[in-house]
Ligand binder design. Structure first.
Ligand code: SF4
Ligand code: SF4
Length: 185
């Protein structure tokens, strides 16, 4: 297997293990979470116009909406920038507050970032977002280590600016050369 193929296969093993961790350990906790990420009090949701239009049930054109935002006509939780929209400080309109669930689960309109949070593969490593109370770093590391096998060890590093973002990288285990018996005197 070429180096590129083996990197790709390692990345897909990590991605599968991250997905399996979400399904087994994170999603079951969402219904009882004390700080649901969908309330957007800690997280910022990045949306495209199609999602803004659908979630806020807008009838106006994008131009008219952008003008309204720019002149302070709200919604106050939405900021525009780089052709996208950033939502913060109020619950996502697609969140069912009483049922503690996303009402568009499994639909194409659901933002990719929502499916990734809080554990996802990125550029061959796994990122874990510790703002999710369901993430247990030791359990996640153990799962990733099982997935990649004894040839690799999982190395942790926290982001310097955002320490709640932890990168988990699989590094090849360095084999020690067999020791040589010292010559007899
Ligand atoms: S913060 Fe974590 S446990 Fe809480 S709702 Fe979000 S994904 Fe679920
Ligand atoms: S789209 Fe769904 S998962 Fe994403 S923030 Fe809104 S309610 Fe939560």
């Amino acid at each position: 297997m070429s180096n590129r193929d083996s990197r790709r296969s390692l990345a897909s093993e990590l991605a599968a293990a991250a997905d399996a961790y979400q399904v087994a350990d994170v999603i079951p906790h969402c219904s009882v979470c004390a700080r649901p990420c969908c309330c957007l009090d800690a997280l910022v949701l990045e949306l495209e116009w199609k999602q803004i239009k659908t979630f806020w049930k807008l009838g106006e054109s994008r131009n008219a909406f952008d003008k309204r935002l720019a002149t302070g006509g709200g919604p106050e939780e939405i900021r525009a920038g780089n052709g996208l929209y950033y939502v913060h400080s109020k619950p996502c309109p697609a969140y069912d507050l009483s049922g503690h669930a996303c009402t568009i689960y499994g639909q194409d309109i659901k933002p990719a970032g929502c499916s990734d949070f809080p554990v996802y593969e990125d550029m061959g490593s796994v990122t874990a977002d510790l703002r999710c109370e369901a993430v247990n770093l030791d359990a996640l590391v153990a799962r990733l280590a099982r997935a990649v096998g004894p040839e690799f060890r999982i190395v942790q590093s926290a982001d310097a600016e955002f320490p709640f973002l932890v990168t988990l990288a699989a590094k090849k285990t360095v084999k020690k050369a067999p020791g040589r018996r010292p010559p007899r005197a």
